[in-house]
Write a protein that binds this ligand. Sequence first.
Ligand SMILES: Nc1ncnc2c1ncn2[C@@H]1O[C@H](COP(=O)(O)OP(=O)(O)OP(=O)(O)O)[C@@H](O)[C@H]1O
Ligand SMILES: [Mg+2]
Length: 280
Amino acid sequence: MSESAADRVFRIEGLTARVGAIDILHGVDLEVRPGEVHAVMGPNGSGKSTLSHVLMGRPGYEVTGGSVTLDGVDLLALPTWQRARAGLFLALQHPTEVPGVSLESVVAEAARAAGRPTEGIHDLLVAEATRIGFDERFVSRPMNVDLSGGEKKRNEMLMLGALEPKYAVLDEIDSGLDVDALAAVSRRVQEATEEDGLGVLAITHFSRLLEVLEPDRVHVLAAGRIQAVGGTELAQRLEVEGYAGVLAEAGASVGLPVGVTHPDNHEAGFGEDPFADPTA
Ligand SMILES: Nc1ncnc2c1ncn2[C@@H]1O[C@H](COP(=O)(O)OP(=O)(O)OP(=O)(O)O)[C@@H](O)[C@H]1O
Ligand SMILES: [Mg+2]
């Protein structure tokens, strides 16, 4: 079945989700088309990472309503690995350390699972490292083990560059990066949007990432809902004024998602969790 460019869209509609007994997302609507960049900004604890986990199918995060489709595929019906195979990539806010497993073998395994050739992956990753000014030795080291925060973020970028997903959710890929690394990583993401038609959902606290990425839209997520939408000027305004003014204008307030009373209580049962620290 051929798929026309007009049909291609990563669509989130009325998404509601809970963690344990706590409702966190209260109806999120977002649409990302190939080549587009959508920024999601919002106060700490507003549900941004929860959204990213729900999209990727992290155990413990229960979808209670709404839908998510990727180029027509019902993502919510699929386990995490099949969502990745359908073309979704998540760069984690807190990348997992995986002792004994190199980044190179992770990417090779992902390619194999997708039925793609695995030869040349080492060279591809080295080329990706060069593109973002990163040392190629990170390609063969145990993934993320003992790496600095910024090095872990650049590892996420290496995987994104090599795996060539259709859509990427970047959860604070800019946090921890030094100015040069930030420029290189944002340029690389921007090139992927232009060269490969990558659609991007970029969660960030800072407008600096958006200077290079030039988002088509900036969405403000607060209390589990998109409360305001605008262009890059909205990101700049938030940086100068903070959230209170912008949200008051939108008729919302800064705060935890409705029902969240114990923000530090992360006791939801996670069971078989592909995101979990394997050494914990
Ligand atoms: N497993 C969990 N158990 C209990 N509460 C949780 C769990 N996961 C998230 N929460 C709560 O849900 C709310 C949203 O968290 P989330 O991590 O999505 O925020 P965020 O917008 O990504 O914040 P930040 O900007 O600090 O990264 C927070 O109050 C958080 O404590
Ligand atoms: Mg977060």
